[in-house]
Design a protein around this ligand. Structure first.
Ligand code: HEM
Length: 405
């Protein structure tokens, strides 16, 4: 096996603009790659092959719970979201049996009948966002892409706009903090505290005025005598916002960029919108919103594909690397909106797979074709090389995608 020193670097500036070249190298030369994560200099392992990523995500020897199972270096790194607040106990970090119980209660809210009721608000919000884009002096696809999941989430959770705006602002400060700011840690902690305070207020208000929205359904969710506790309710609402907005925004943005880069596929989608369902899956595979899954922590000293992994080591599931594994996807760098076959990993796999997948698909499947239809001559307003991804290790995010309509 080739040594790690020769490996191209994960999570440096070049990686963020083109992670796929790094992944291609790792899959061939060092599929269970040991490296030091730039934040906190934490020793970690990166898995890049499709089969390994999938196996990791259903391997019970790993936990999502960094506070319980992470190495000291990981705990000190400050990378555990909302540590010391109830956000630190959201569904994504729970292990069974707690995970099983909370997920089952929450999943009761995501019935196909309820998902069907989201179609109308999603389509209306897309049309409103298109109208605003048409009037803009400097149209930017990312403004369009941001507005859709933010408005949709606020509406289906049933929140008053102003309070929801405050919550979004606190989440923005918690997740897009500036590490070079000397008060960063205190400010991030304060932002997480605020998320909790707003969440509590919203739940109190919703208890007084229940409706047919998702928050009311979470409040009423029961399994026999079992119900979500007050803290679980607050963290579930915060999780819907944290997990559902930036991700969907980024997917819509990356999908539009991919179509601008592949005019034949853009033409095909406009001429044959019936390809939308496979197109959305292909957008997720091609450049999905999560580059990597959330950290998995080894609960014991173990061997994975012959590599020794000490207890506490964070192991990274390279979701997008798996999605470009040529063993599973023919010609993976090509966008093919009619592609079928192997299921991508962009929405996760196993216990923690994406709970909001139906909503993410609905929003992207409404937003992208509608944008192409409304603005058939849309093109980039700047040279292609000026379109840069944010240096964000978890999310694949375009800060801006300026276009001429
Ligand atoms: C394009 C949009 C989206 C993408 C790419 C995405 C991706 C993912 C992935 C990869 C995971 C698993 C993480 C892991 O195992 O490490 C996940 C989990 C989750 N997602 Fe999504 N997601 C999207 C949209 C949404 C939306 C719209 C919602 C809610 C309305 C949502 C709610 C959740 C929740 C609650 C979990 C945690 C499930 C659990 O831990 O059991 N996601 N998502």
């Amino acid at each position: 096996m080739t040594t790690a020193q020769q490996a191209p670097t994960l999570f440096d500036s070049a990686y963020y603009q083109d992670p796929y070249t790094v992944y291609d190298w790792l899959r061939v030369n060092d599929p269970v790659h040991q490296f030091r994560f730039p934040v906190g200099d934490v020793p970690m392992v990166f898995l890049s092959r499709y089969d390994d990523v999938k196996e990791l995500l259903s391997d019970q020897r790993f936990s999502n719970d960094g506070e319980a199972w992470g190495s000291e270096a990981f705990k000190k790194s400050g990378m555990i979201f909302g540590a010391d607040t109830l956000i630190g106990r959201i569904l994504t970090v729970l292990d069974p049996p707690d995970h099983t119980r909370v997920r089952k209660l929450a999943m009761g809210a995501f019935t196909p009948r309820r998902a069907a009721t989201w179609k109308e608000p999603v389509e209306r919000i897309v049309e409103e966002a298109l109208d605003r884009l048409a009037k803009s002096d400097s149209p930017d696809v990312m403004d369009f892409a941001s507005k859709i999941p933010a408005d949709v989430t606020g509406e289906i959770l049933g929140f008053p706009l102003e309070r929801f705006g405050d919550m979004l602002h606190a989440i923005e400060r918690a997740f897009h903090a500036d590490p070079s700011n000397p008060n960063n840690e205190a400010e991030v902690a304060a932002a997480f505290e605020e998320i909790v305070i707003y969440g509590r207020e919203l739940i109190v208000e919703k208890r007084r005025n229940p409706s047919d929205d998702l928050t009311s359904v979470f409040i009423q969710a029961r399994d026999g005598e079992d119900q979500l506790t007050e803290d679980e309710l607050v963290s579930m609402v915060a999780l819907m916002i944290m997990a559902g907005i930036d991700t969907t925004r980024n997917l819509i943005g990356s999908a539009v960029l991919a179509l601008l880069d592949h005019p034949d596929q853009r033409r095909l989608l406009v001429e044959k919108p019936e390809h939308t369902p496979t197109a959305v899956e292909e957008f997720l595979r091609y450049d999905g919103a999560f580059c990597i899954g959330l950290f998995r922590l080894a609960k014991e000293d173990l061997d994975f594909r012959g590599v020794h992994i000490p207890a506490g080591t964070p192991v990274v599931a390279g979701l997008q690397s798996g999605n470009h594994d040529p063993e599973k996807f023919t010609d993976p760098r090509r966008l093919d909106i009619t592609r079928t076959g192997t299921r991508h990993l962009a929405l996760g796999h196993g216990l923690h797979n994406c709970m909001g997948a139906a909503l993410a698909r609905l929003e992207t499947g409404a937003a992208v074709p509608a944008l192409l239809k409304r603005f058939p001559n849309m093109r980039l307003a700047v040279p292609r090389e000026e379109i840069l991804f944010e240096e964000n290790w978890l999310l694949r995010s375009l800060p801006s995608l300026p276009v001429l309509l």
